[in-house]
Design a protein around this ligand. Structure first.
Ligand SMILES: C[S@@+](CC[C@H](N)C(=O)[O-])C[C@H]1O[C@@H](n2cnc3c(N)ncnc32)[C@H](O)[C@@H]1O
Length: 187
């Protein structure tokens, strides 16, 4: 029940929808791009990609079976027409079929404990020069801009250390608290 409610909130909260669309716009992806979303939840980021990037193909990954089923119900047509595939699990379990033009996530990577392992996995899934973007918007009653700024700066430093380049941070207000996106290119 709580999981279903969380999925419904994520799918209907304006700041969540707008933050996902903003993240996808920032990546500036080309027609036909192959895109992976880590932690796709109920499929709001997938919606932003499918509607914003012509002829793209998307893989949505989430370790929650409930979230994968909500994303599947939301995007049944894209699944049938082979524009979308969904995987339950984490990045290390995703079959290594092909490399992506872009990998992104929104309000997910704050949950990842081993960031350097994650970044190695992201690099191995991206094409050379491929785009990585992750967005973070602090949530909850104590959420504030300073926490978000500190988190994204620390993530940007780790991207440099991992060998990503052209690392850039963007900030935009959604509701009362800003969201922060860090973008980087794979070597
Ligand atoms: C706060 S929700 C955000 C969902 C979606 N990105 C959005 O903006 O609507 C975080 C999602 O990340 C998923 N998640 C967290 N850690 C994950 C991991 N290591 N691998 C895959 N999914 C993960 C959760 O199951 C959840 O659906």
């Amino acid at each position: 029940m709580l999981g279903s409610l969380a999925g419904w909130i994520m799918a209907n909260r304006a700041s969540n929808i707008d933050r996902n669309h903003w993240t996808v716009e920032l990546m500036g992806l080309d027609t036909g791009a192959r895109i992976l979303e880590i932690g796709c939840g109920p499929g709001i980021g997938i919606e932003a990609v499918l509607s914003g990037v012509p002829d793209c193909r998307v893989t949505g990954l989430d370790h929650s079976a409930l979230m994968i089923s909500q994303a599947a119900a939301r995007h049944a047509h894209a699944l049938k027409s082979d524009r979308l595939e969904l995987w339950q699990g984490d990045l290390s379990g995703l079959p290594e079929a092909e490399r992506f033009d872009a990998v992104f996530s929104s309000n997910v990577l704050q949950f990842i404990r081993n960031r350097s392992t994650l970044l190695e996995e992201v690099q191995s899934r991206l094409k050379p020069g491929g785009c990585f973007a992750t967005t973070y918007q602090p949530r909850g009653s104590c959420a504030g801009a300073e926490e978000g700024r500190a988190w994204i700066s620390s993530f940007a430093e780790d991207l440099y250390v991992a060998g990503f380049f052209e690392v850039q941070i963007r900030e935009r207000l959604f509701g009362s608290v800003p969201a922060f996106c860090v973008l980087a290119q794979n070597p």
